[in-house]
Design a protein around this ligand. Structure first.
Ligand code: 5GP
Length: 193
């Protein structure tokens, strides 16, 4: 997605060879116009899959996921990283190791929001080692829901996430793919959409 690549070039900051900061438009301050375009694009790519729910993980997956869900006219569910006092029903849970926080957390979704009739599109802001997406796939599997695909805003293709997810037979579509963050520079490869 050209507009996204341009935005990363203009407003992204390379923090290290492994980490890109996009807090000017995705992860802290959010550009709703760009997000709406991202949501529309992901919805278009997965339009034939009869998606019934869009699933993400809090917090920075929520913005792209909500716009994707709006375009697909489905609900959006975000997995919580901390159990809320109001989550008093049966939960689907999985353990996720966070790339940016370098710690493991238990993620959960209330069982009542996913079932075996659901066709799920997972959406997230970044794909690095694939742990967040894998945790979300596990939650869907516990509910008996079918994961139809994974829509990613920014994939760091030099990390193992895509391989891990493709080995699980889930199609991955990334709107920007980064080959390297070496020498403070973002190098892109051809994106999926
Ligand atoms: P994974 O689980 O694929 O290793 O990492 C994905 C999660 O880590 C995403 O949900 C995202 O929040 C965070 N993340 C991974 N790499 C980066 C990065 O380079 N920059 C930012 N801002 N977040 C990242």
């Amino acid at each position: 997605m050209e507009e996204l690549v341009r935005r990363i070039q203009n407003d992204g900051n390379v923090l290290s060879e492994g980490v890109l900061k996009v807090d000017r438009f995705i992860t802290h301050q959010v550009d709703p116009v760009l997000m709406e375009q991202i949501g529309a694009r992901l919805a278009e790519v997965f339009a034939e899959k009869n998606i019934t729910k869009v699933v993400t993980i809090e917090s920075s997956g929520i913005a792209p996921a909500i716009y994707t869900a709006q375009s697909l006219a489905t609900p959006m569910i975000f997995a919580r990283k901390e159990k809320s006092l109001t989550m008093d029903e049966e939960l689907l849970t999985s353990s996720v190791y966070s790339f940016t926080k370098q710690l493991a957390s238990t993620i959960s979704i209330s069982r009542k929001f996913l079932n075996e009739q659901d066709h799920v599109l997972i959406v997230d802001d970044f794909l690095a080692n694939g742990q967040a997406a894998k945790g979300l796939i596990e939650l869907c599997q516990q509910a008996g829901a079918q994961v139809e695909g994974i829509g990613i805003v920014i994939e760091k293709s030099f990390q193992i996430g895509r391989q891990l997810l493709e080995d699980m037979d889930v199609p991955v579509v990334s709107l920007a793919r980064i080959d390297s963050l070496e020498e403070g520079k973002v190098s892109f490869r051809q994106a999926d959409a």
